[in-house]
Design a protein around this ligand. Structure first.
Ligand code: GLA
Length: 345
């Protein structure tokens, strides 16, 4: 095995309240995470000259996540993104969910998976986190068990999700990391983005998906070729105005490398491969409403871009056969891989 394939995984701090901090490290990447909401705290990745710097946003103090609406680095669920009207029907029954975003339900409710302390086990090349969400937690039926694996191999960070429930329920898990490949030297306007997607899911004024899909051709949402995030973000386009920037699910095509983010100055490139059908791109349009970040001050809007692979948001209200339904006895499985590279200039 090559030298850089050896990954060391260690507990670096264990607090009395159960919050534990971990480091996964090899020659390519150094990643810190915690079992509180499985937050990714930092990812040190090399630039073109081999300099390792932190390319994700994070909290100054992790417990601030309880007061915060940015979900920086967290695992979110049971259902990522918005459920319109915070209610849904399943098997002829109406379920009322926690209302925590205008009239809607966002990212699993008041106390979503981002705030749970997960059990953990150190495994080869990574960490296996698990938690149980009791029946009717935040309004969802069924006791659900979730397993999240973070694996570091070479320059890949892989996240594997598995969940099952003792009753039919909903499940849509994502990681909510915001990336800034310049390591915070600049906002994300000059980051190049490329997405293999022909369509986006349209949103309304509350950022809820409407069930309409827009062809990206000739719009600021066409990222088939690399475009700077800032190039068209202020264009006169209704979908951009409704969300104050990009905050949309791109319906991705293909099985791998559906998305790349590239910073020309540092040479860093992040490629994302996912088994999931949609990737929400959120350009941090309301980041300045959040808690203190790593530099001890709140982040500003557009300091990072969140890349959130998931099922179609509000799938339960939109899809004829909603992928978000997890039937009793079935297993929800998804994998997303984040590949960190540099260009050769
Ligand atoms: C998601 C949503 C955004 C916003 C963030 C959290 O990305 O799509 O609208 O709510 O989460 O701040």
């Amino acid at each position: 095995m090559g030298k850089n394939m050896i990954t060391a995984v260690n507990v670096i701090e264990e607090r009395e309240n159960g919050i534990t901090f971990f480091e996964m490290k090899n020659d390519e990447l150094q990643i810190r995470v915690t079992n509180l909401g499985c937050h990714i705290l930092s990812i040190f990745a090399k630039d073109r000259d081999g300099k390792q710097e932190d390319v994700v946003l994070g909290f100054e103090e992790i417990e601030d996540c309880k007061e915060d609406g940015t979900y920086m680095g967290a695992i979110v669920g049971r259902v990522a993104n918005r459920i319109k009207g915070a209610s849904f029907e399943l098997n002829g029954k109406t379920y009322k969910l926690a209302v925590n975003n205008g009239p809607n339900h966002l990212h699993g409710g008041e106390i979503g998976f981002d705030q749970k302390i997960f059990c953990y086990e150190i495994i080869e090349n990574g960490i296996l986190f698990s938690c149980i969400s009791p029946d009717m937690e935040e309004g969802y039926p069924g006791t659900l068990e979730l397993k999240v694996k973070y694996l570091l191999t070479g320059n890949n960070l892989t996240m594997e999700y598995e969940a099952w429930s003792d009753e039919d329920t909903l499940c849509n898990i994502t990681n909510h990391s915001y990336f800034n490949l310049s390591a915070g030297k600049e906002k994300i306007y000059d980051h190049y983005l490329k997405i293999n997607a022909d369509k986006i899911a349209c949103v309304d004024e509350n950022c809820c998906t409407t069930g309409e899909f827009m062809d990206v051709k000739d719009t600021p949402f066409d990222f088939h070729d690399y475009h700077k995030i800032g190039e068209r973000i202020n264009d006169d386009c209704e979908q951009l105005k409704l969300a104050s920037g990009y905050d949309h699910s791109f319906m991705v095509k293909g099985d791998e490398n559906q998305l790349s983010l590239y910073d020309e100055k540092s040479g860093r490139k992040l490629t994302v491969s996912t088994t999931l059908p949609a990737v929400q791109i959120y350009t941090g349009n309301f980041l300045d409403e959040g808690c203190n970040g790593k530099q001890g001050k709140p982040y500003e809007n557009r300091d990072g871009v969140a890349i959130e692979p998931q099922f179609l948001p509000d799938s339960i209200h939109i899809e004829k056969e909603p992928k978000v339904i997890l039937r009793k006895g079935e297993i929800y499985k998804a994998t997303t891989k984040y590949i960190f590279q540099v260009d050769e200039q």
